[in-house]
Design a protein around this ligand. Sequence first.
Ligand code: PCD
Length: 797
Amino acid sequence: MSDADASGDSGDDGSGAFGAAIERGEDVPLLTGSGEYTDDISRRGTTHLAIRRSDHAHARIENVDTGDAEAMDGVLAVYTGEDVVESGVPNTIPTAWDLPGLVQPQYRMLATDKVRHEGTAVAAVVAETPHVAHDALERIDVEYEPLEHVTDPVEAVERDVSPVHDEAEDNVAFDFELGDADATDEAFADADRVASVDLRQPRIIPNAMEPRAALADWDETTEKLRLWMTSQNPHLHRMLLSAGTLGLPENKIQVIAPEVGGGFGSKIYHYPDEAVTAWCSMQLGRPVKWQATRSESYLTDCHGRDHVTTGEIALDEDGTIRGVRVETHAGLGAQLSQFGTATPSYLYATVLSGQYTIPAIHCRVVGAFTNTTPVDAYRGAGRAEGIYVIERLVDVGARELGMDSVELRRHNLVAPDEFPYESAAALVYDSGEYERAMDLALEHVDYDELRERQRELRDEDRYIGIGVGNFIESAGLSPSGLAGDLGAQAGGWESSIVRFDSTGSVTVLAGTADQGQGHRTTYAQIAAEELGLSVDDIDVVEGDTDRIPQGMGTYGSRSASVGGGSIARGAREVREKARRIAAHQLETSVDDIEFEDGEFHVAGAPDRSLHIQAIAHEAYLGHDLPEGMDPGLEETNFYDPENFTYPFGTHVAVVEVDPETGEIEIERYVAVDDCGEIINPMIVEGQVHGGIAQGIGAALYEGAAYDDDGHLQTRRMDEYAVPHATQLPDFETDNTVTPSPHNPIGVKGVGESATIAATPTIVSAVVDALEPFDVDHLDMPITPESVWRAAETGGDR
Ligand code: PCD
């Protein structure tokens, strides 16, 4: 580690594992096919569940006839919403975040009265094989009375439509405000210029490689439920399932997340489907497995974004930003999901200051129910939407002033000596050197020369665009007190256990849950560093609530800072206990013991030493420990950081557009990211690569489309465009390192950063290319058609 303060409080020398590009040990089982995903697991007598879903966007359920399905060979049971109600379980799917004035309609495992979006679960078939279960779905006869539907968040609120929920006649779930409206009005009245942009951030679909799945096994004799599921947060799922949904105490539920093939936010949510799987097992007393099909995933995995926004920026002639005003209609879908309420409010409005000192900010968000799949976290959740708005505003502001957009950015950056920086959008940024990262990114592309080239090429009717995206992210969701003040129904801490055994090997049990991020490698690096061991001495366990008693899970780029912070703290406590044992056995005082490469030795007498692994053995023998010390060598740690971490950086894209065909080619993509101390540079680079790809996907390709009947049109991989590798350039990545003072290892998150940065960067580049055609904004996804149309109609060509 490069920073002495961040590397630990002891001044001891670590093993050098932290910061090394160590290969991901977890990949071997995944690449050789021995990794176990939920669907690979089977219990004796496993049965199979398939879920009948509505093909209406909005309808009253008149009747559900299950007779034919029940009569099929191999069908064990067919359940409807009424059956769940009659079973007497609490049967609610709770949201995890309350907001002032929030309307919280009933949300049940299986619908009873109405279906509110295409894909709503209406009935459940359990059969001996998955094929029979799926065939039986077609034999269920559901009679509907169709109702008027709405899929657009603005229409939902403004047009007189039949409400999604009777409780919210105008379809408004919440009307949220942040910032100072009066101060913002004043800033706008005083400023020299105002620029504005109307924009849409389309609904996108997370597209994890592995569709959701669950296997539930209810043991009637112990009255205990074991539930394997594709979860980013098994403990949170245990909590939400217990009281609210199934009516079991937490100690009667074990949630296991085995290998999980990607989440990107879609596996945070406590969906009805996994709960139904568990409930069916409780009814039948047999194990029940549900594996979503790919189309079922498109239809029911949470979608992301879906914002319609008007943004305004007030500026002085010299480029000083005076204020920002934002009004957004956020589509929530038909139900309030886990983070469906927090994402477009607290995770969105609070980042609207971006990297800039903006004295006055006001944001209003109307959260609207629509007859669509519920919206929840998708990579960047809330922060991506907010940074997109401020970066678009800075670009249109620069256009308004006739100023280079980099100069406008530079003029308003929060300076290094202003940290901790309290923004007008209510966050306190931890640390940052924004200009250093921006300059590094600009250097990579040779910005001034590039602008020169752009001018020359325009004379030849060739149009390149240079897009610059500055971002911050509020990463590492915590601390609990603040989360509570803001309405969260859960804490923001993380928990871990660091345990030596008597042979000197170490097990780290962590409350987070990996879906591909590389926790097993990076957590081993953290523990190895603190304990002076090699990563091979350390085994990392996640994703099993019976092995790891407590945790909050993996989302909001929190695992490195909150989970990793907890592991570092636990490892340090373990090391200090070992130090006391060493002092005792070496017959010296604790203060005289030094620690290096796993070895405790007496200061000035390096040959009088004991290795930490030998001490572990002694700790479990318990024969010769300091007076009053308990045997064993393990610590359970709960860690509640004082604040988020604030990763930041600058991305630059160079594109060429062809106004004749609308074709967009990304020539170069440079990403400079600062995620504080880097645990593993190879993993961080991988996170940035994946993040850029998804950010570009949103800018140029992706979008969930509903037709006039409220049917999802993008429900297969050949209908929903994610970028292919051949459509992406080689990414050029670099880092600056500004440690976070908010956790013991100085790290900031990185998992979502590049997604947040890439989308505005690409949009900025395409719009910049089209400047000669007077185009100052294009909505996503920017397709060749939209470029061609803009070039035809946008300007004076
Ligand atoms: N790291 C390092 N260093 C630093 C930071 C970090 O090394 N400084 C690393 C760690 O350790 C890990 C990673 O990296 O391994 C990441 O981290 P973070 O940032 O902390 O994060 P996390 O928590 O772990 O994770 C989460 C994220 C998110 S959030 C998302 S979406 C996505 C990302 O992650 N998802 C995913 N990424 C990824 N990857 C993969 N492979 N897969 C997936 O699924 Mo949300 O909220 O949920 O919307």
